[in-house]
Design a protein around this ligand. Structure first.
Ligand code: ADP
Ligand code: ADP
Ligand code: MG
Length: 681
């Protein structure tokens, strides 16, 4: 076994590899870019070497620097992770030439599987079933068109060098072929520097089922069963599970043996995945009629490998290190078993409502379920390369974490995944957590009616959904305010008691809110017995307001910042965080975001007085949330003012630095008085 390896990657996969290496007593060397100087993977490794600027081409793809770093630090082998250099045969060869072990297949196997068209020609010779299509070298447009006509529409044009769901065009009829070919070739040359294409029959309602294979340097091969990755958006995986629902032992064996034949045909060594597209001509409930066709082989560890680990009880990174150091495969085919069911959800910084556009930002709150375990086989496992406070930057991909859940059967695994998603707390950027819960809840998914169009088919129930609902979300927002004010009173003023603030009894106050794009006004009335009553109205009907919801609000404080909210016969245990003006509410039923419009904050915005933060009306300074010298970001609360029996948070209109506080808590201020000075950037 190696003493020391270098991990030529970042994020969750670098952390994943480092964790197994540490358990095995193997030292690790991280590499990092400017943006990643303080990243989790750097901390997890024993040593770290800076390899360049933030953009991948300046750092993680700088393979000469990476090889130099391995030499300097005395690493004996390089683990490439996935993406970046993992499927680059020149890098694999350069490692070998430098006397370093590349933890992956030989360069020749990467090359053989690197181009989709070439690999199909090889697979055809090895007797692996292929999607009917054309994968020849003659790229004359007229010939390609004739081939598409012969295959029959719809067809899929694929860039041979493509990957990551890019460089594909579906064509429905012959008239559209030439235009689609041209645009596919344009994307292929731009993204992959190679415009060769192949043409395949477009399989209707297919499933994506892939087989994990492993080979060693002694000529042994095994398959570690299948993963179903049919739930996709934009041809990219969203949920992955193992085993595939409805799989029969007979089909599993045939697919497993076909995958091993594929690996054997290129003298494969290490971990690889053979992806199949599966036709279900008999519908979802006739697995015996399923037809599988080779799609491509990924010559590396796959993002979704943890579901295989969860059902086999194996550590695939450990297997990679053993095989790379020359040991035989730890198990033979007849020693491998499937135990239970596992599913992985990719938690991404993205906006499902806006065509899954990636989001960037800071993880102001990042909490995983308290019973989850990092990187280890467990009922709930989290693989993640970030910590609370880290940024999801524009330089790298938008995956925040992978949540992997095991159950005795599919139903239990799905229920546990939903429970775990309900306990994810992410504030600071948009994520797909709620969307994933909606996917789990669809009849198609729960009944395993799987195909790659599931998300499009179920679009009606997947988007613009909020299971917490408007009345409960508003109640949560008001509850959050009340608890915060109580706390502030307790902290700031030893003479005020929790019940002291009932002096407001009989008064009411208004909240301006924005929920799913709709402005709302909530009136909170303090009853004399200390209870609350909420009326939610449309804000414009000042004279004849339309009441949207009303009822008594009961709040109970629970441990670690949670509150129990009773409103209109509904009871929810909720947790909330304010991010600027957006309150992020989380509960078992779902999460939602409600904007608490701060009128003072906005009056400052239009006032145009730059760094001056002034009192817009006479009142009292309650507290300052900052002190001189503090760096603040736009939207951060700076001070709380009380005026007209309402408290207002004064937030930073822009990023900047606090220069001076001009009053003390308790001071009376006049309309137009400057409260503090802020130097904006
Ligand atoms: P990539 O290299 O981008 O992963 P793949 O060839 O693996 O490309 O295809 C990605 C996805 O595109 C598949 O998982 C599947 O959803 C869809 N797809 C690929 N080939 C076909 C086909 N012939 N018919 C229908 N869908 C396909
Ligand atoms: P609350 O949000 O009211 O605190 P619980 O903590 O009881 O709710 O958890 C609610 C759900 O979370 C459960 O139904 C289950 O799906 C999931 N869950 C909670 N604890 C565990 C655990 N230890 N293991 C697996 N799932 C759990
Ligand atoms: Mg693929």
């Amino acid at each position: 076994m190696f003493n020391k390896i270098l991990i030529a990657n970042r994020g969750e996969i670098a952390c994943r590899v480092a964790t197994t290496a540490r358990r095995m007593g193997v030292q690790t060397v991280a590499v990092y870019s400017d943006a990643d100087a303080r990243a989790k993977h750097v901390q997890l490794c024993n040593q770290a070497v800076h390899v360049g600027g933030s953009a991948p081409k300046d750092s993680y793809l700088q393979w000469q620097r990476i090889i130099d770093a391995a030499k300097q630090t005395g690493a004996q082998a390089i683990h490439p992770g996935y993406g970046f250099l993992s499927e680059n045969e020149d890098f694999a060869q350069a490692c070998a030439d430098a006397g370093l072990v590349f933890i992956g297949p030989p360069a020749s196997a990467i090359q053989a599987m690197g181009l989709k068209a070439e690999s199909k020609r090889l697979m055809e010779a090895a007797g692996v079933p292929l999607v009917p299509g054309y994968h020849g070298t003659d790229q004359t447009p007229e010939l390609l068109h004739k081939e598409a006509d012969r295959i029959g529409y719809p067809v899929l044009i694929k860039a041979s060098a493509g990957g990551g769901g890019k460089g594909m065009r579906a064509v429905d009829k012959s008239e559209d072929f030439m235009a689609a070919l041209e645009s596919c070739k344009r994307e292929a040359i731009n993204s992959f520097g190679d415009d060769a294409v192949l043409i395949e029959k477009y399989v209707q309602r297919p499933r994506h089922i892939e087989i994990q294979v492993f080979g060693d340097t002694h000529g042994n091969y095994v398959y570690l069963f299948e993963r179903d990755c049919s739930v996709q958006r934009r041809h990219q995986k969203v949920l992955e599970e193992a085993p595939a629902p409805g799989m029969t032992p007979e089909l599993r064996q045939r697919m497993g043996e076909a995958a091993v034949a594929a690996a054997r045909a290129v003298n494969y060594v290490g971990a690889g995945t053979v992806e199949f597209i599966v036709e279900q001509p008999g519908g979802y409930d006739k697995p015996e009629q399923m037809q599988f066709y080779f799609m491509e082989m990924n010559t590396r560890l796959q993002v979704e490998h943890p579901v295989t680990e969860a059902i086999t009880g194996l550590d695939l990174v450990e297997w990679q290190l053993r095989v790379a150091s020359g040991q035989p495969l730890p198990k033979q085919q007849d020693e491998l078993r499937i135990h239970g069911h596992a599913i992985e959800a990719r938690i991404n910084a993205e906006n499902p409502e806006n065509n899954f556009l990636p989001a960037t930002g800071t993880l102001k709150v990042y909490r995983t379920p308290e019973w989850s375990v990092d990187f280890e086989r467990a009922d709930a496992r989290v693989d993640s390369g970030v910590r609370e406070g880290d940024a999801i930057s524009p330089f790298y991909d938008s995956m925040i974490a992978k949540l992997i859940v095991w159950g005795e059967d599919r139903q239990q695994a799905l229920a546990r995944l939903d429970g775990a998603l309900a306990h994810m707390r992410i504030v600071g950027l948009t994520t797909n957590v709620q969307f994933l819960r909606h996917v789990l809840a669809t009849p198609s998914f729960s009944q395993a009616h799987l195909d790659t169009a599931l998300i499009q088919r179920e679009a009606d129930v997947l988007f613009k959904q909020d299971k917490l609902g408007m009345p409960m979300t508003v109640a949560a927002a008001i509850g959050y305010r009340i608890f915060n004010e109580r706390q502030r009173l307790q902290n700031n003023d030893p003479f005020s008691r929790r019940d002291g603030w009932r002096a407001y009894g009989g008064f009411s106050r208004q909240f301006q809110l924005q929920y799913l794009g709709q402005p709302l006004q909530a009136d909170l009335r303090y009853e004399h017995d200390g209870s609350y009553y909420i009326t939610i109205v449309e804000p414009d009907g000042t004279l004849h307001p339309k009441v949207l919801s009303e009822g008594a609000l009961v709040l109970e404080e629970r441990d670690d910042g949670r509150m129990e909210v009773f409103y209109q016969g509904d009871r929810q245990v909720l947790q909330a965080w304010l991010d600027g003006e957006d309150l992020n509410v989380f509960g078992q039923r779902g999460g939602s975001v409600i904007t608490m419009v701060d009128t003072l904050f906005h009056s400052g915005e239009t006032g145009g007085d730059g760094g001056r933060l002034t009192a817009p009306m006479p009142g009292k300074v309650v507290s300052f949330a900052v002190k001189a010298g503090d760096k603040v970001t736009k939207g951060q609360p700076l001070a709380v003012m009380e005026a007209m029996k309402m408290e207002h948070t004064i937030s930073a209109p822009a990023d900047g630095e606090v220069v001076e506080l001009l009053f003390a808590p308790g001071d009376q201020v006049q309309d137009g008085d400057e409260l503090l000075t802020l130097k904006t950037a």
